[in-house]
Design a protein around this ligand. Structure first.
Ligand code: UN1
Length: 505
C-alpha cells in the first residue's frame, strides 16, 4: 500500500496551537501509537490543583446557572462553529494520538459538532411536565434546574467525542465541566480546550472556567470522583474502572453516568443480505483496530450460511490494509500500546486452548515500526462461547460462533456480562422484531441490518449490565445533568390536604 505524504506530527501539533512550551517540561510522556515516538512530556496537575479547579468550578456554576438556557446554548453554538473550522486539525490530532484512521478521527470531530447542534436546539427544550393535581385550585409541575459541576472522565479510544456528548449537554443544562482525559490522549483534550476558549472569547460574557482540563493519572480522577462538590461524574472506560468509580460516587450520593465495556454481537440469519453484512462486520470488527466500546466482538452465524460467510470474511481479512492511520487507503491502524498487544495475544492463546481456530492476529509491520504495535485482525472460529469470548478484549479479535435456531442465537447474544450494542442481519420481520422485543437483545443498543458500532448522537448511548447503565448523548440523556424539582402551587383560598386527610387546628 502506497502511503501518501501527510502532515508531520510537528505540523499537526502546531496546527492545533499546541506550543513547545506547553508540550514540554513535565512528567507525563505522551506517545503516538503510530511509531511510538514521544509527542510531549506534559506537566501534570497536583491534587491541590485539582481541588482548586473544583472550587473555581463551583464559583463559575453560581454565575452560569443564572444565564437563561437558550443563551447558554449560544455558547455551545459558537463551540460547534469553532469545531467546524478546526475539524481537519483536530481530526488529524486524534488520529496521531489515538492511532485511529483519519476518516475515523474526522468522524469523531463530526460527532462533537453534531452533539453541539443537538444541544443548541435542546437549550430551548429543557421541558418539564405539568401534572394534574388532585386538589382544587392547585397546579403541579416539574422544573429542571442546573445541578452543579460535572466531572467528565474519558478514555483513549475516543479522546474527544464522549467529552463533547457530556460537555455540550452539561453546558446548556447550566453545569460547568472539569474534564479528566485519558493520560494516553491528553493532547486532543488540550487542543479541544483551545477551540472552546475561542468560542468563549466570541461569546463575550461567558464566565471563566466553564471548561477546565485536569491532566494526570488515576489520582487526578479520584479527586473528582471523591468530591462532594462534583454532583455528576460521567465516566467512559473499562468495567474495572467503573467498578472503582460507581461505588465511590454512590457513597457520597453523587450521580454517575457510566459507559463501560461492551461485548457486542451480530446475529447473521439465513435470510440476511450477506453483502451488506460483510461490510458491516468488517467496519465494526476492525475499525479503530477493534478498540471501540461498540466494536463487533462476536459473530453469531446461522449454520446454513456459515460456510458461505466466514470464508469470504477471511478473504477480506487477508487483504486488509494495515499501516499508518494518517495515510490514504489504510483501514487498520495500530493498537494503542504494547500492553494492548499483549492482552490481544493472551486472549488469542486462551481461545486456542479452548479449541478455537485462529486466523490472523499476529504482529504486523514490526520491522517498519519496532516501537509501535500493529496487529493483523484476528478471526477465531470458536466451538462455543467460552470464558474468553465472554470477556472484552480491547483489540481486533472477532469470535465466530454457529447457531441452529433463533432462540439459541438470542441466548448466545445475551449470555455475556456486558450489554452495550447488538445487531441482527435478517430480512425476516418476525426475527428482527423479536430481536428488538422484550425477549430479544438485552443491550442498550439493538440494531437491524447495521453493525453495532457507529451510533448517531441523536439516540441515548450506553448499555446495561457491566456496561454500567448510563446514557449519554441524545434523546433525554440531558436529564442526568439537571436536578428535577416537583412544584405544587396552591392558588385557591383554602388549604386542602392531599389524600383527603383531615387535620383541623
Ligand atoms: C466508544 O467506543 O467509547 O457508536 C464510543 C460508536 C461511536 C462511539 C463509540 N459513535 O461506535
Amino acid at each position: 500500500m502506497r502511503e501518501a505524504a501527510h502532515p508531520s506530527a510537528g505540523d499537526i501539533l502546531s496546527g492545533n496551537g499546541l506550543s513547545a512550551d506547553e508540550l514540554g517540561g513535565g512528567t507525563l510522556a505522551v506517545h503516538t501509537p503510530i511509531d511510538g515516538s514521544q509527542l510531549a512530556s506534559l506537566k501534570v496537575h497536583s491534587p491541590d490543583d485539582a481541588q482548586a479547579m473544583i472550587f473555581r468550578c463551583i464559583e463559575t456554576f453560581w454565575t452560569w446557572r443564572l444565564v437563561p438556557a437558550p443563551r447558554r446554548g449560544g455558547l455551545v453554538r459558537l463551540f460547534g462553529e469553532e469545531l467546524r473550522a478546526a475539524k481537519a486539525d483536530l481530526g488529524h490530532l486524534v488520529s496521531l494520538e489515538a492511532g485511529k484512521i483519519l476518516q475515523e478521527g474526522l468522524g469523531e470531530v463530526q460527532e462533537m459538532i453534531d452533539i453541539c447542534d443537538f444541544a443548541v436546539g435542546l437549550s430551548r427544550q429543557l421541558y418539564g411536565l405539568t401534572i394534574a393535581s388532585e386538589r382544587p385550585g392547585h397546579a403541579m409541575r416539574e422544573t429542571w434546574h442546573p445541578v452543579g459541576p460535572c466531572g467528565v472522565i474519558t478514555a483513549f479510544n475516543f479522546p474527544v467525542a464522549p467529552f463533547a456528548w457530556n460537555a455540550a449537554l452539561a453546558l446548556v443544562c447550566g453545569d460547568p465541566v472539569i474534564w479528566k482525559p485519558s493520560e494516553k490522549t491528553p493532547l486532543s483534550a488540550l487542543a479541544t480546550a483551545k477551540i472552546f476558549a475561542r468560542a468563549a472569547a466570541r461569546y463575550k460574557d461567558a464566565p471563566e472556567f466553564l471548561l477546565q482540563v485536569l491532566i494526570g493519572g488515576q489520582r487526578a480522577g479520584e479527586i473528582l470522583v471523591d468530591s462532594r462538590d462534583v454532583p455528576v461524574i460521567s465516566a467512559t472506560g473499562s468495567t474495572r474502572m467503573g467498578r472503582a468509580i460507581g461505588p465511590k460516587v454512590a457513597e457520597r450520593f453523587g450521580r454517575s453516568i457510566l459507559e463501560l465495556g461492551g461485548n457486542n454481537a451480530m446475529v447473521v440469519a439465513p435470510s440476511a443480505d450477506l453483502e451488506m453484512a460483510l461490510r458491516a462486520i468488517v467496519f465494526s470488527a476492525v475499525g479503530t483496530a477493534g478498540q471501540r466500546c461498540t466494536s463487533l466482538r462476536r459473530l453469531i452465524v446461522h449454520e446454513e450460511i456459515y460456510d458461505r460467510l466466514v470464508p469470504r470474511l477471511l478473504d477480506i481479512y487477508k487483504r486488509l490494509p494495515i499501516g499508518d492511520p494518517l495515510a490514504d487507503g489504510i483501514l487498520v491502524g495500530p493498537l494503542i500500546d504494547a500492553r494492548a498487544f499483549e492482552d490481544m495475544q493472551r486472549a488469542i492463546a486462551e481461545a486456542k486452548a479452548d479449541g478455537g481456530r485462529v486466523h490472523g492476529g499476529g504482529r504486523a509491520l514490526e520491522e517498519r515500526y519496532p516501537n509501535a504495535h500493529y496487529a493483523s485482525p484476528a478471526l477465531i472460529e470458536m466451538p462455543g462461547q467460552t470464558d474468553i469470548v465472554r470477556h472484552e478484549t480491547f483489540a481486533p479479535i472477532l469470535y465466530a460462533l454457529k447457531y441452529r435456531d433463533f432462540a439459541e442465537a438470542v441466548d448466545l447474544q445475551n449470555a455475556v456480562p456486558q450489554g452495550l450494542a447488538s445487531c441482527i442481519f435478517s430480512t425476516d420481520v418476525r426475527e428482527t422484531e423479536a430481536f428488538l422485543s422484550a425477549v430479544g437483545s438485552d443491550c442498550g443498543i439493538a440494531n437491524v441490518n447495521i453493525g453495532p458500532s457507529g451510533a448517531e448522537i441523536g439516540g441515548a448511548f450506553g448499555g446495561e449490565k457491566e456496561t454500567g447503565g448510563g446514557r449519554e448523548s441524545g434523546s433525554d440523556s440531558w436529564k442526568a445533568y439537571m436536578r428535577r424539582q416537583t412544584n405544587t402551587v396552591n392558588y385557591s383560598r383554602a388549604l386542602p390536604l392531599a389524600q383527603g386527610i383531615h387535620f383541623e387546628i
